[in-house]
Write a protein that binds this ligand. Sequence first.
Ligand code: NAD
Ligand code: TYD
Length: 354
Amino acid sequence: MKKILITGGAGFIGSHVVRLFVNKYPDVKIVNLDKLTYAGNLENLRDIENAPNYTFIKGDITDAEFINNLFKEEKPDGVIHLAAESHVDRSITNPLEFVTTNVIGTVNLLNAAKHAWGCNKDKELPADKRFYHVSTDEVYGSLGDEGFFLETTPYDPQSPYSASKASSDHFVRAYHNTYNMSVVITNCSNNYGANQFPEKLIPLFIHNIKTNKPLPVYGDGKYTRDWLWVVDHARAIDVVFHTGKLGETYNIGGFNEWQNINLIKLLIKIADKKLGRAEGESEKLITYVKDRPGHDKRYAIDASKIKNELGWTPSVTFEEGLDKTIEWYLSNDEWLNSVTSGDYQSYYAKQYGK
Ligand code: NAD
Ligand code: TYD
């Protein structure tokens, strides 16, 4: 492939994917399309912004005309689609924004790619073109104490965020089935790492430990998530983009389940040590707050398919990944201060009160 369009490349996961592709494939042009919402930040890409194979374009995937023109001008051979509204709590207060960005934005991209690549049921699959849709394990709904999400698990989304992602996944599959579009989808578990906006659990809690603010634990804190280091997600995207079978879905996960409260105590332990505080000192910041409405109890991914068929496994243990992550947040004041000024304050006050 000569040119890959990556959407949402200024966001958390997107910036790690852009960096990996720009550095690993110097002969491939990487075009990063991002609207730069509150979650998108070009600071995330400072180290590669002058690379000769990298271009940034500011634009909105919900604008169909803009997207069609972009495909005409840039003529990408591949798309890696990450642009989305991504925070469950925000989807509870503003579901329509999630439908607009995650569903309509995805369909706009599919339409533009279908037209540009001449996808048509009467023709062979254009195998040299590829539309990669990045999705979440949350589309499968919520598990009880046992079991894992497989690629064949029926969709059962429970939040407006996961419902919008499920809908976009269905459209991607429908374009494969109806128009022979060359698609691939991955559903990944919770990511953590550098450059994640501090509204999600791990960066929010590191930031609050550092600044001695309450740690707002929803409900009883016994909700369970599977956590994967973002760099390993980017590696998995590279593997699936290049070797995944067209039309297929792959689950990506860290083989790494944690109850929130246990994870929070581990975060505190590592952060207190790095901050020179007594062991467990910051546990006094733990504050149980009102639960999230419709809170999914447990997510757990069975990632055997990508492991067995494509040879991908995570490269670090959770302890290693978390250590690097905490270190990054503790030593990147400038980044944290810039993203937590302005709108962040009003979001925080609305979500958590004083
Ligand atoms: P993020 O919120 O950090 O970044 C999203 C990016 O999309 C931002 O840069 C934002 O500016 C951009 N964007 C939003 N609306 C746009 C629009 N209309 N047009 C163009 N750009 C727009 O999200 P993230 O955590 O990096 O997630 C990226 C993708 O991965 C999403 O599709 C998400 O559903 C999926 N995912 C995330 C996780 C996770 O744990 N964070 C896990 C699995 C899957
Ligand atoms: P989050 O990072 O928002 O990811 P997701 O909801 O997509 O899994 O939340 C991870 C878990 O942490 C989830 O069970 C909700 C919980 N949580 C809190 O207890 N307090 C918080 O302030 C936040 C943001 C999340």
